[in-house]
Design a protein around this ligand. Structure first.
Ligand code: 4HQ
Length: 225
């Protein structure tokens, strides 16, 4: 087993969701990675199963209780990097996804409502991780995005064909344009070089296109040509 993933959530039935399909789904069936969900609500103290409460100091929304979360983690934690999905976190990048893919165990907490009591974050030593500067209703989609991105680096998840494609973005460039048959579609031809069979020229062309597109669309990405 290359990666053991544990997810704390109040909606365990959301998982594996997207991750149960395509390459990640096949890898899950093959045992390349495993998924365990912990239903935070199972650790509630009252008969209503309440996991949240109103914010101290007032304001909108509800906050996840640290005692319930603490009980859930105490009963289930077996070690591993422990991550809380949050817009306040360090941004997820391709480099960080690759780093996370090396872990044997990963633990991800998906918050709901307005978030989680700060004491739970501090005591459990959560790393906060963000998938971007926008606000979701819950951390589950963010967790799935993170896991999808990191699974692409786990050996056996991508075929050997696809892993080569990896190199482009890892070099900090956007992808060059791709074409398939037919050679002419609605009057538009596939660039001649791609049909030439001249691999050196093809690689040069792809490199130049990747650099041009990156310069135009994402000048913030490193591009030392
Ligand atoms: N949320 N990157 C609010 C996110 C988010 C993001 C997660 C919204 C958790 C409580 N997570 N909750 N952006 O928007 O990771």
């Amino acid at each position: 087993m290359a990666l053991k993933l544990k997810v704390y959530t109040i909606f365990p039935e959301i998982f594996p969701g997207f991750l149960g399909f395509s390459l990640t789904g096949r890898a899950l069936e093959e045992g390349i990675w495993s998924l365990e969900t912990v239903n935070i609500r199972d650790y509630a103290f009252d008969k209503h199963g309440s996991v949240d409460d109103t914010p101290c100091g007032g304001g909108a929304g509800m906050i996840m209780r640290p005692d319930v979360l603490g009980a859930a983690i105490k009963a289930n934690h077996q070690g591993g990097r422990i991550i809380y999905m949050s817009p306040r976190g360090v941004p997820l990048t391709q480099a960080l996804a690759q780093q996370l893919s090396q872990e044997e165990r990963l633990v991800i907490l998906c918050g709901h409502y307005e978030g989680v009591d700060q004491r739970a974050i501090d005591i459990c030593g959560f790393e906060e991780l963000s998938i971007g500067d926008y606000v979701l209703t819950g951390g589950e989609l963010a967790a799935m995005v993170t896991v999808d991105a990191l699974l692409r680096f786990v050996p056996g998840v991508l075929g050997s064909e696809e892993s080569a494609v990896e190199e482009s973005f890892s070099e900090g460039l956007l992808e060059y344009p791709q074409y398939t048959r037919p050679a002419v579609f609605e009057g538009r031809e596939v660039p001649e070089v791609l049909l030439s069979g001249h691999h050196e020229n093809i690689n040069k062309w792809r490199r130049r296109m990747a650099e041009d597109i990156t310069r135009e669309r994402r000048p913030d990405l490193k591009n030392d040509d």
